[in-house]
Design a protein. Structure first.
Length: 136
């Protein structure tokens, strides 16, 4: 096995890192939310969410840009219709994840916040899985 540093390697690394921050951060926030709520400090969950957003949104942007870069790097003549279909579904789920997270961050309605949090998380999780499918 030979190791090489190339634009492809950097692109894929940045994409995986950004997706890790976006999705992994959501998992961490899900785990911390009960602790933050139980701490008895007014507004602590909201402050933690705002801190996460300062990292999460740039990560989402990097994931989105490197995802487009990834698809442009694929030789479309070699891509099957199945690969293209999976990419289309993945891209739609990325948009749903971002849109749901945006609505989640803007609403004060607990029901909407819960629904958009769940939808955004599941969309990101399935999109990540489909990215793995596309790579293998």
């Amino acid at each position: 096995m030979t190791a090489s540093l190339s634009a492809d390697t950097i692109r894929i690394f940045l994409h995986v890192l950004a997706v890790t921050v976006w999705l992994g951060g959501q998992i961490v926030m899900l785990a911390l939310l009960p602790v933050l709520r139980g701490a008895g400090v007014e507004g602590l969950p909201a402050k933690a969410a705002q801190a996460f957003q300062r990292v999460a949104w740039p990560a989402f942007a990097v994931a989105f840009v490197t995802g487009i870069w990834n698809i442009l790097a694929v030789e479309m003549a070699d891509a099957s219709s199945g690969y293209n279909a999976v990419f289309g579904i993945k891209f739609l789920l990325v948009i749903v994840s971002g849109a749901a997270a945006w609505v989640h961050s803007k609403t004060d309605n607990p029901a909407v916040r819960g629904a958009t949090g769940g939808i955004g998380f599941l969309a990101a999780l399935v999109a990540m899985f489909l990215g793995y499918v596309m790579a293998h």
